[in-house]
Design a protein around this ligand. Structure first.
Ligand SMILES: Cc1cc2nc3c(=O)[nH]c(=O)nc-3n(C[C@H](O)[C@H](O)[C@H](O)COP(=O)(O)OP(=O)(O)OC[C@H]3O[C@@H](n4cnc5c(N)ncnc54)[C@H](O)[C@@H]3O)c2cc1C
Length: 403
């Protein structure tokens, strides 16, 4: 599976070159004797107490599906019959990472579209889908002064958007390089939004995002390099010491953002309830909707609505942790283990990640989520249940908790 990762290889190479101290070696080779030349910094060692991962500390098992669109998310406006339909779907494993920026981008296309020249502030607009994309779309329209918005969805609870892990990183998509500039713009806008929430400066949302260190095997896999120098600081080389005899060299983005997805879904819904109509209904075709203006934010359902075969489910397994020490879990890690086959014969990309996710209504110490898998094409009738155990084994090994 092609994966969206920032591949501005030249600047990454420069960064790696410099950060690995090779610049200094190169200078020596070139005969420089400058005494001002700094020796490569010894990577900072950070002690991390691993979470408790014995069976007794494992909570809810979560299985959910990323709505991925090969080529890039669909971000466009078109005329279908008499209706003006904007599309904002197919964000794969980065729906949260992109949502506020994506909503703003598509809404801007929509309100400035020649098709929407008769759009008034009180024109009825129907958003199909109540996931993170639908809710941010409604939020952005409210900010723009639109007053007659309906969110129509067949489900409002326990969506992929509630269950998602919460790492801000533009990874696990399959984007055409031509879309890179748009994805970057959207990502930067989204980062700015969440940073305001995390710093307590956002006018409407005070919780749902936190700044924590994000650790990856290398810069490229983070997808975050295009953010550096614009909204983020450069990553540092660090050594994580788990106190188990296991240490790991990683890169750290200390201004990473964790999005507490279930909490943010509640905050968005609470904000929108007095301002927007919520209607529970499955939409089978756009023309079943009364309004002239429609925004398709139906995630996996959007593919069927728009006869878009590029949309595929990418299954993910997660396990919530319980009875932890929350102060020990205030960081995020994502590492990839490579590809294998599931028992059902599908290609699985396995990884280990840990984020400080907390589900509303659970105990204060029920903090942490371990993931995860990426299984393209797996549907609900194919849960690949054994992946939960494989995933936990990977997590224990990562921390050096098993020999
Ligand atoms: C295991 C896992 C971990 C993830 N971790 C992260 C992460 O760490 N960071 C990140 O950025 N992203 C992550 N994601 C991705 C992210 O969760 C998704 O990209 C995002 O939630 C998609 O949001 P959505 O609003 O498009 O879809 P959904 O949340 O699926 O919402 C779709 C909505 O459309 C409605 N709908 C669908 N069809 C119809 C229809 N025909 N009629 C009416 N309503 C309809 C549904 O009822 C629902 O309300 C993860 C995903 C998974 C599965």
């Amino acid at each position: 599976m092609r994966k969206y990762l920032s591949t501005i290889s030249f600047s990454i190479s420069i960064l790696i070159f410099v950060s690995c101290g090779w610049a200094q070696s190169a200078a020596r080779i070139a005969g420089s004797t400058s005494t001002e030349m700094k020796l490569p910094a010894t990577p900072e060692v950070r002690k991390i107490t691993p979470p408790k991962l014995d069976q007794a500390y494992l909570g809810k098992e979560i299985l959910c599906e990323r709505p991925m669109r090969h080529g890039s998310p669909q971000l466009s406006v078109e005329k279908i019959g008499d209706q003006v339909v904007a599309h904002d779907y197919g964000h794969g494993g980065s729906g949260w990472t992109l949502a506020p920026g994506s909503a703003e981008y598509v809404n801007q296309l929509f309100v400035t579209s020649p098709y929407a020249s008769d759009l008034k502030k009180d024109s009825p607009i129907t958003i199909v889908g109540a996931g993170v994309i639908g809710l941010f779309t409604a939020y952005d329209l409210v900010q723009r002064g639109y007053t007659n918005i309906t969110i129509m969805a067949d489900r409002f609870e326990n969506l992929t958007s509630h269950n998602a892990g919460g790492l801000l990183a533009p990874v696990s998509m399959d984007n055409d390089p031509k879309m890179q500039a748009v994805i970057e713009k959207i990502g930067l806008d989204a980062y700015r939004f969440y940073a305001q929430v995390a710093k307590g400066t956002h006018p409407d949302f005070k919780k749902g995002a936190v700044i924590v260190p994000s650790y990856f095997d290398n810069r490229e896999e983070s997808g975050l390099e295009p953010y550096v120098g614009k909204v983020m600081q450069p990553a540092k080389e660090v050594v994580l010491d788990f106190g188990t005899g296991t240490t790991r060299k990683m890169v750290a983005y200390d201004d990473g953002i964790f999005m507490d997805t279930a909490v943010m879904m509640t905050s968005l819904t609470d904000y929108l309830k007095p301002r927007v109509k919520f209607v529970q209904k499955k939409v089978n075709q756009f023309k079943d909707i009364d309004s002239h203006f429609v925004i398709n934010c139906a995630g996996l359902g959007a593919g069927a609505l728009n006869s878009d075969k590029a949309v595929v489910p990418v299954q993910g397994h997660l396990i919530m942790l319980k009875d932890q020490k929350p102060q020990d879990l205030q960081y995020m890690i994502l590492v990839y283990f490579g590809e294998a086959k599931t028992k059902s014969g599908l290609k699985v990309k396995r990884s280990f990640y840990q984020f400080p996710k907390h589900l509303p209504g659970t105990g204060v110490n029920d903090v942490g989520v371990v993931g995860g898998t990426f299984i393209e094409g797996a549907t609900w009738d194919m849960p690949n249940q054994e992946e939960f155990a494989i995933m936990m084994e990977g997590a224990r090994k990562f921390y050096g908790l098993t020999k």
